[in-house]
Design a protein around this ligand. Structure first.
Ligand SMILES: Cc1cc2nc3c(=O)[nH]c(=O)nc-3n(C[C@H](O)[C@H](O)[C@H](O)COP(=O)(O)OP(=O)(O)OC[C@H]3O[C@@H](n4cnc5c(N)ncnc54)[C@H](O)[C@@H]3O)c2cc1C
Ligand code: SF4
Ligand code: SF4
Length: 584
């Protein structure tokens, strides 16, 4: 890798020439009282390359706190937002741990589909890193292997007293130096040696100490998942303020909201940072919260960074910047304290901790995420129960949805928002597709208020769907509880339309009470078929309703059927308790 040298005076001139060029945006680290922040530079003298840590990481330039995804107007539908101001943006003074964090974000934002809004900004940026001169007292980047980097930057500076050594990391960086800097010379052997020495010294200046090898983190987390008293002890004082996640350079969750104008005819859909420590983060429309308590949310933060992302991408997504620790009012967010205590806990349990085997990361990125919904029309609206309606939808461009059974679409109602809904018709039904929707919150209620001929937006299909090829020749046990019949019906109808390809078809369907039964006529027709074994149940039957079937939860139907577990595949959709019983 090439290394150059530039005097500090010439470096200031280099920064000034970039600032004076209107075709560039130049961001750098500036002081804000006794703190530091990335901000646009107005003069080279504002730049502080001796900072310890910035308030927010540079991710805010690629994944802003608030960003428009789509604009809409009721007359013309949805459109991609106006192209961003994509002037090449130089970000000056990025510490190595923040460079590693950006590399993690790149992986995450390109996972199976890449996020165009993130990458348009990433591609137009030029990262000028700087090796750490001062370290915040909370920083443990050396222990996380993130205090120095060998790639991920365009240029990397090291302060050598009266001059900077400049490592060239990319052609873009080299061209920038060539265009705006003067008197740049090749590094001499002593410069190269000094840079090595400075990078070595930084390893010893952290005031934090982790008592074990950090490769053990994923495995130690696994061992403590069920130790609720351990997590309760650590999360006891948590205020659920979310500061720890909002300042983190590797947190990437966001919420999507609608922002209509005053006429309600036009508006935009925006995304804003969200955080798993916030109480509403895992709350869903029914009011259920998957992580209702502070300890469960606190634990999730560590599992997300230390286990789930490791399993998915092969890295622990904490770079040791220490921002979470310094921003936590009750002082409980320091990962070092938690890790050390976890190590003691696991040792006291007397269990072996193996170094986890690096996962086989094999992620294929296929195209870009399309945030712009297609315009579609409600072709039919069939009431099913007091809460559920079946909508038949036609895409306005006459394209077909091409879904795999089990996939879902994102349904947009102008000015209200977007909600994921399973496609409940089979792909063998051509032309239009069907959605069975329960009225439960803002989007689903607004959808119910629309009429035939009204316009909505559709994105998708999304999700993996069921593997119809794999299931061929197998006996199939369909178990649907309540609204679970909606996605399951898509596969069931597909199988019935290709009946010769599959073995036995057993359908168990349950709902709370008779009046909540969905697709009643279709269920009666199923019962009459001699190539389908159908059983249904209700949890209870009020006195004034007619019901001659089974009464009891859906799992009471399972002992009533005989099937060969070796050749039977169960397709189960319903609340978690149903899965537990079916598997048992
Ligand atoms: C893959 C998938 C398939 C679904 N299929 C169907 C279906 O076929 N029929 C049906 O009626 N419902 C289905 N749902 C549930 C449906 O998405 C929610 O009921 C709907 O999002 C509620 O939105 P709302 O604006 O009416 O409610 P609100 O309470 O106003 O929504 C609040 C927020 O919570 C989010 N949210 C609500 N429920 C969920 C959820 N279950 N998962 C993730 N985020 C949620 C919404 O996106 C919204 O931002 C499905 C959910 C998922 C994840
Ligand atoms: S910053 Fe501290 S108090 Fe706030 S959510 Fe995070 S752990 Fe809880
Ligand atoms: S978890 Fe804390 S220390 Fe780790 S990267 Fe995030 S903010 Fe930095």
């Amino acid at each position: 890798m090439k290394m150059r040298v530039i005097s500090k005076e010439d470096f200031d001139n280099f920064v000034s020439s970039m600032i004076n060029d209107d075709s560039l945006k130049v961001i750098g680290v500036k002081s804000k009282g006794d703190k530091f922040a990335f901000d646009p530079l107005e003069s080279a003298s504002e730049l502080r390359l001796d900072y310890d840590v910035t308030l927010l990481p540079p991710k805010k330039y690629f994944f802003p706190q608030r960003e428009t995804l789509v604009t809409y107007d009721v007359a013309n539908g949805f459109a991609a937002k106006d192209p961003a101001d994509l002037k090449p943006t130089v970000i000056l003074g990025v510490h190595p741990y923040d460079i590693v964090a950006l590399l993690h974000m790149d992986e995450i934002f390109r996972e199976t589909k890449s996020d165009p809004y993130y990458f348009e900004k990433r591609k137009s940026s030029i990262i000028i890193g700087v090796n750490i001169q001062n370290m915040s007292k909370w920083c443990f980047a050396p222990q996380m292997g993130c205090a120095t980097v060998e790639y991920g930057y365009d240029l990397m500076l090291t302060d050598l007293g009266n001059r900077y050594a400049v490592n060239i990391g990319s052609q873009k960086g080299e061209a920038l130096l060539e265009k705006y800097a003067k008197n740049v010379t090749d590094a001499l052997a002593r410069d190269i040696q000094l840079v090595g020495q400075k990078k070595h010294e930084v390893m010893d200046i952290s005031q934090q100490k982790i008592n074990f090898e950090t490769e053990l983190i994923p495995e130690m987390l696994s061992k403590t998942y069920g130790e609720s008293s351990f997590w309760e002890k650590h999360a006891e004082k948590c205020l659920a303020c979310g500061s720890c996640v909002l300042v983190c350079p590797t947190c990437y969750c966001f919420d999507v909201k609608e922002n209509p104008d005053l006429t309600l005819k036009e508006g935009e859909r925006i995304r804003t940072w969200d955080g798993c420590l916030l109480e509403d983060f895992a709350k869903i429309a029914s009011g259920e919260n998957f992580r209702p308590t502070r300890p469960t949310r606190y634990r999730h933060r560590y599992f997300k960074k230390g286990k789930y992302l490791f399993d998915r991408f092969g890295f622990v997504s904490c770079v040791g910047c220490g921002r979470c620790s310094s921003n936590c009012l009750p002082d409980i967010a320091n990962p070092v304290n938690l890790f050390n205590d976890m190590y003691s806990e696991v040792r006291s349990m007397g269990v072996e901790i193996d170094v986890p085997v690096a996962p086989d990361v094999n992620i294929k990125t296929e195209g870009d995420i399309n945030y712009v919904p297609k315009l579609a029309t409600i072709a039919k609206k069939i009431p099913m129960t007091a809460k559920e309606t079946l909508f038949e939808i036609k895409l306005d461009d006459d394209s077909i949805l091409n879904q795999v059974p089990g996939q879902f679409v994102q349904v947009s109602v102008f000015g209200v928002g977007e909600a994921p809904i399973s496609v409940s018709s089979s792909p063998t039904q051509k032309g239009a597709f069907q959605l069975c929707v329960r009225k439960i919150g803002s989007v689903t209620t607004a959808l119910h208020m629309l009429n035939v001929g009204d316009k909505i937006g559709i994105r998708g299909p999304f999700g993996h769907g069921f593997d119809t090829e794999f299931l061929k020749g197998k006996d199939l046990l369909f178990v649907a509880a309540g609204l679970g019949i909606a996605p399951l019906r898509s596969l069931l109808n597909y199988v019935l339309d290709n009946r010769a390809d599959y073995g036995r078809v057993i359908v168990l369907y349950g709902c709370k009470e008779p009046r909540e039964q969905l697709f009643g006529d279709e269920m009666v027709a199923l019962e009459k078929r001699d190539d389908v074994e159908y059983k249904h149940t209700v949890d209870w039957c009020p006195e004034n309703e007619l019901w001659d079937g089974n009464i009891g939860v859906i799992t009471t139907l399972i002992p009533q059927i005989n099937f060969d577990p070796e050749n039977t595949y169960a397709i189960v959709v319903g609340p978690p308790i149903v899965y537990k019983f079916v598997i048992a």
